[in-house]
Design a protein around this ligand. Structure first.
Ligand SMILES: Cc1cc2nc3c(=O)[nH]c(=O)nc-3n(C[C@H](O)[C@H](O)[C@H](O)COP(=O)(O)OP(=O)(O)OC[C@H]3O[C@@H](n4cnc5c(N)ncnc54)[C@H](O)[C@@H]3O)c2cc1C
Ligand code: FES
Length: 502
């Protein structure tokens, strides 16, 4: 019997946003730019392009805001834990300075768009903190505060940290923000749609043809355009071979209602296990979110246990009485710590990519959108070189390239040989991979005892999916595709459903 977990398995943001209802693409349309993906990266790009006079078509496989962005924590900040210390060590101080400038500008851009478009997304300007509980961590946050300030951020070390438990100190980065991510995306989509531009939902795009014009076949239609932006979190169909440079990393969140006002700031721990904290007022109720338990997708272990750790943290340290929501999602971690933004490959002409947002895509994705907008318009951008998707990565990341790809290869091989759970049916709420006539079949038994059988072969590159009982999903350990129990794609790089089986 599946273990009962606290909370509805749906993100607070998706649960409270209401829906969108843009039509699917049917027939042929002609625009300046096709943007594939209705997340923060795609929609920010689409609106920025529209504001420069371009017509755009946004192609979204599901609904706006239901991807990674709909499952984020919601911090809009240039302080990404201890990122500046990391970037200075793995690159140099100038690279860290450009990263800081791009992300701090992104915070301002988001706030400006919310004001200009009148988007009702609970935007709050708050300080963001990286806090330390141990002696070692306090040394690290002191160094990060000093460096971040030198790089031009409004950062300082402080011992005055507005958390409900004592800490030794923190980096405080002033004038950052938080928002309701799905409401923000819905506001962006609303601003994009109209005047020759359009948003199409339930429209899965095929690999674009890079030419003059570019052509994107999608759903029951086709887009002809001068440029294409692939903003699907991880590119699909092997485009740019980003699977080898960008590895999906999953994290978990729980959220519960509390009395009183929200905390005056957003927070992340410098110590391990990493904990991320945000509180928000949604429709008059105060919610506290606790996140963490991150891991490479191929090394998940017991997801229920991970939710249990976060729930314990929320109860014991944050005083959350009951967990109302729990969810997990994943984002691409680039080998050298910098997002990949620019042309899809060294030989691409008009097809651009945004990926590797390293779990900080609300700002990295926004900055990336501004870089791509400049590139499409033939303008220079001061951050483009550092984020260049076709950069030669430093020696340090060459070793990681080998390690990460060996791990993927091991996950691939492991997944091909795993998965014979015998012939018995799984218990209600459980799933298992079994073999029927030589074929691997993914069988899920729902709470009413009905069995649902699918091919267990991931439609991306053929690994065997695994059942995730805590999220009720079929997850691929190789590059992170996730499927619902009816087989539909929840997260790529797969674009095709798992076919049903008898
Ligand atoms: C647990 C967790 C917490 C996080 N918290 C924060 C935070 O507090 N602050 C922060 O800055 N970042 C955070 N991040 C990272 C941030 O949420 C992501 O970087 C960002 O949301 C990614 O946006 P995206 O546009 O790349 O992807 P998505 O939001 O996933 O958008 C991509 C879209 O493309 C669509 N798509 C895919 N394939 C196709 C296709 N073939 N055709 C058409 N459409 C397609 C998908 O349906 C999807 O809607 C967090 C990440 C995780 C994992
Ligand atoms: S084989 Fe790549 S995600 Fe499944």
């Amino acid at each position: 019997m599946a273990r009962r977990l606290e909370g509805e398995p749906v993100s607070l943001w998706v649960a409270t946003a209401g829906g969108t209802d843009y039509p699917p693409l049917v027939g042929e349309v002609e625009v300046d730019v096709a943007v594939i993906g209705g997340g923060i990266a795609g929609l920010t790009t689409a609106l920025a392009l529209k504001r420069t006079g371009r017509t755009v078509a946004v192609l979204e496989a599901a609904r706006v805001g239901t991807g990674v962005t709909g499952h984020t924590t919601g911090k809009v900040t240039a302080l990404h834990r201890l990122v500046y210390t990391e970037l200075r060590a793995s690159h140099n101080e100038n690279t860290a300075r450009v990263y800081a400038a791009a992300n701090q500008s992104a915070v301002g851009h988001v706030a400006q768009v919310v004001a200009d478009e009148g988007i009702d997304c609970d935007l709050r300007r708050v300080a963001n903190y990286t806090y330390a509980e141990s002696k070692d961590a306090v040394t690290a946050v002191r160094a990060e505060a000093e460096l971040a300030a030198r790089l031009g951020l409004p950062a300082e070390f402080t011992t005055d940290v507005p958390l409900p438990f004592a800490v030794r100190g923190a980096v405080r980065c002033a004038d950052q923000a938080q928002l309701h991510a799905v409401r923000y995306l819905q506001g962006l989509a609303h601003a994009v749609h109209g005047d020759g531009s359009a948003v199409y939902e339930e429209t899965v795009a095929d690999k674009p043809h890079d030419g003059t014009p570019c052509v994107v076949a999608a759903g029951r239609g086709t887009v002809r355009c001068r440029a294409v932006v692939v903003a699907t979190n991880l590119p699909y169909g092997g485009q740019g071979l980003f699977e080898t440079r960008c590895h999906p990393h999953r994290s978990y969140l729980v959220a519960g209602r509390v009395d009183g006002p929200p905390l005056d700031g957003t927070f992340i721990s410098a110590d391990e296990p990493m904990r991320s904290i945000l509180s928000a007022v949604v429709d008059g109720a105060t919610w506290l979110l606790a996140g963490g338990e991150g891991h490479r997708v191929s090394r998940g272990g017991d997801a229920a246990e991970r939710y249990g750790h976060l729930a314990a943290f929320a109860h014991d340290r944050l005083g959350v009485p009951t967990i109302g929501h729990r969810w997990s999602t994943q984002d691409g971690i680039p080998l050298d710590g910098l997002p990949y933004v620019g042309l899809m490959s060294p030989t691409a002409h008009h097809v651009y990519v945004i990926t590797g947002l390293r779990k900080w895509g609300l700002t990295n994705g926004t900055a990336a959108a501004l870089i791509v907008t400049d590139a499409v318009n033939g303008r220079d951008n001061p951050w483009a070189k550092v984020f260049n998707s076709n950069r030669i990565t430093p020696v340090a990341s060459a070793a990681r390239f080998v390690t990460e790809n060996v791990r993927t290869a091991v996950a691939t091989l492991g997944s091909r040989f795993r998965g014979h759970a015998g012939t018995g049916a799984p218990a209600p709420g459980e799933g298992a991979v079994t073999e029927v006539d030589g074929e691997k079949v993914a069988v899920y038994t729902d709470e009413e005892g009905r069995r649902h059988a699918l091919s267990a072969v991931c439609t991306h590159l053929g690994c065997t999916v695994e059942f995730n009982a805590a999220d009720t999903t079929w997850d691929c350990p190789c590059h992170g595709s996730r499927f619902g129990t009816d087989g539909h794609v929840l997260q790529g790089p797969a674009t095709r459903s798992l076919p049903a089986r008898e």
